[in-house]
Design a protein around this ligand. Structure first.
Ligand code: 4NP
Length: 149
């Protein structure tokens, strides 16, 4: 099973989602990666505020490297989780067929049926990153429990 976490910049939310899901699954069975729909930060480490919040929860995401989502990711991954509706729409706009499009899900639909979004914390204080961590963590608990079955 290969799971891709996607946000806009791939420096705040999806690196947290990658690190959190990795911490909950067996890496022999589940491959987790992340990417951004925008290309502003390619090659960069995650935002220092995401690194800090992850560290407070015992996770080291500091060695992740930002990359941009590409069409080949539809071939490489089984499930593609978007952090918000804008990311979702950006990914769907690149889908070549129904099979590609069916792989794309809104992350928080794992814990809510109201199309909720992980808010973009980029312009927030560090408190916003803890809030984002908690939302992603809850969704990843559900994903990990299902993958264990
Ligand atoms: P992310 O947050 O999508 O959670 O990584 C953002 C990071 C950077 C920018 C926007 C959102 N930016 O505009 O540079």
């Amino acid at each position: 099973m290969k799971v891709l976490m996607v946000c806009l910049g791939n420096i705040c939310r999806s690196p947290l989602a990658e690190g959190i899901l990795k911490s909950k699954v067996n890496s022999d069975q589940v491959y987790v990666d992340s990417a951004g729909t925008g290309g502003y930060h390619i090659g960069n480490a995650p935002d220092p505020r995401s690194i800090k919040v992850a560290k407070e929860h015992g996770l080291d995401i500091s060695s992740q490297v930002c990359r941009k989502f590409g069409v080949s990711d539809f071939n490489a991954f089984d499930v593609i989780y978007a952090m918000d509706k804008s990311n979702y729409n950006n990914i769907i706009s690149l889908a070549r067929n129904k099979e590609d499009a069916d792989k794309v899900k809104l992350l928080l639909n794992e814990i809510s049926s109201f199309d909720e979004e992980v808010p973009d914390p980029y312009y927030d204080a560090v408190e916003g990153f803890e809030n984002v961590f908690q939302m992603i963590d809850q969704a990843c608990n559900v994903i990990a429990a299902r993958l264990e079955k």
